[in-house]
Design a protein around this ligand. Structure first.
Ligand code: GRF
Length: 222
């Protein structure tokens, strides 16, 4: 992997996580750059955020492809054309098939607005997650950054951060508190990846010190 990682962000919506990644790159906190932003939704604000920063913004509308396989083949082709090292899903609302995930094993990350494995999986996205957390009477919630495997929200966990659930919280107030955490922790996880400090060992991710990095480089399974 080159010294500066080439990052692709896949986003279907508002793109506030994309923004936090762009900002962290601009501040020099991530040794890398976002080289392309891809959305499957024409009206995604994420595309606009990319364009105003001078980053390539590409619309790949899944409805224009006859099958999931043809859509994912074009997606992979586009990512390879930009020689990306890391693919960050940030509010990307399409489940990626096993064939696609296999091609990029250990190089796809996602952020989820709960403490996985709770409140994750198929159909658990957006406000639904926070509604479920509140209905369960949870006292804490949070966010999880994880590598992507072929189970929805199921890959090895990189980082988690907890927030309190407060009396009187609504899905919107809880979502806002969790989003603040997401905007800190996703860029941090990406910078650890870029510094080659994440070792995937089965279900677990070990975070190594920078000085340990060279001696364990051969263990990296990505
Ligand atoms: C975030 O809550 C993220 O955890 C989830 O989708 C949401 C995306 O928000 N995967 P934004 O588009 O980054 O604002």
């Amino acid at each position: 992997m080159p010294e500066r990682v080439r990052i692709a962000v896949l986003a279907s919506g508002r793109g506030t996580n994309l923004q936090s990644i762009l900002d962290a790159c601009a501040r020099g906190e991530i040794p890398g750059e976002v080289v392309v932003v891809i959305s499957n939704k024409p009206d995604a604000q994420a595309l606009w955020r990319a364009r105003r920063t001078g980053v390539s913004a590409i619309l790949l509308d899944h409805r224009e492809f006859p099958t999931r396989e043809t859509f994912e083949a074009r997606l992979a082709e586009t990512l390879n054309a930009y020689s990306v090292d890391l693919i960050c899903l940030a509010g990307w609302l399409r489940i990626l098939g096993p064939g696609f995930v296999r091609q990029f094993t250990g190089r796809i990350m996602n952020i989820h607005p709960s403490l996985l494995p709770q409140f994750g999986g198929r159909g658990m996205y957006g406000e639904r997650v926070h509604e479920a957390v509140l209905s369960a009477g949870m006292k804490i919630s949070g966010c999880t950054v994880h590598f992507v495997d072929d189970t929805p929200d199921g890959g090895p966990i990189v980082l988690q951060s907890a927030v309190p659930v407060e009396d009187g919280d609504t899905p919107a107030t809880l979502a806002a508190r969790v989003a603040d955490e997401e905007h800190r922790w996703y860029p941090l996880a990406i910078s650890l990846f870029a510094e080659r400090r994440l070792l995937i060992q089965g279900r677990k991710v070990r975070i190594v010190e920078a000085r340990e990095r060279e001696s364990v480089a051969n263990e990296v399974t990505r």
